[in-house]
Write a protein that binds this ligand. Sequence first.
Ligand code: ADP
Length: 190
Amino acid sequence: MSTSGRESQGVTIWFTGLSGAGKSTIANQLEKILRAQGRKVEVLDGDVVRTNLSKGLGFSKEDRDTNIRRIGFVCQLLTRNGVMVISAAISPYKEIRNEVRKEIGNFAEVYVQAPMEVLIQRDVKGLYKKAIAGEIKNFTGVSDPYEPPDNPEVVVDSSRETVEESVNKVLSKLKELGYLSHVPAGSHGR
Ligand code: ADP
């Protein structure tokens, strides 16, 4: 399929991965760079969505699926209006991610990886400690499933790469897919 003419099109950049893997950190840096290029950008952060759009939903499979379908729906609306939408939610189930991919069309999946030991060591929000102690039920990666993507457009490992390296991988893929006319120069070596 030709990728020409996509430089002005919207796209959903869908981050997936365990809590603390680096989705928000990489997404926020990506947002800054895309915005500096004059693009319309919106970030749907999983933690933020759960305080408004999905307020009241829990962490059962059903509620998680509803949460992701809602995020996907907003991504679809924004994408078709020319926005570069960045979703940064755990989104543990492959089937639902593939469902939103199909609905949105212009879609790039970014799998943010890091070994469990690193996540436990980072424990950004103190949640792993609690989950391992059995104080949090249905915690992804500890007491709830995570299904990695089979064919993500980008894979990053935040234990082996800097934030800048990971962001550059995403930017290069967006360029390759035709959503950017060039890889922004300001994103190198920072
Ligand atoms: P998530 O959104 O996946 O839950 P966060 O971005 O909130 O994860 O947290 C990731 C943590 O890991 C942050 O404290 C961040 O500073 C740290 N970190 C260390 N190295 C990296 C890296 N290469 N990429 C992303 N985050 C990193």
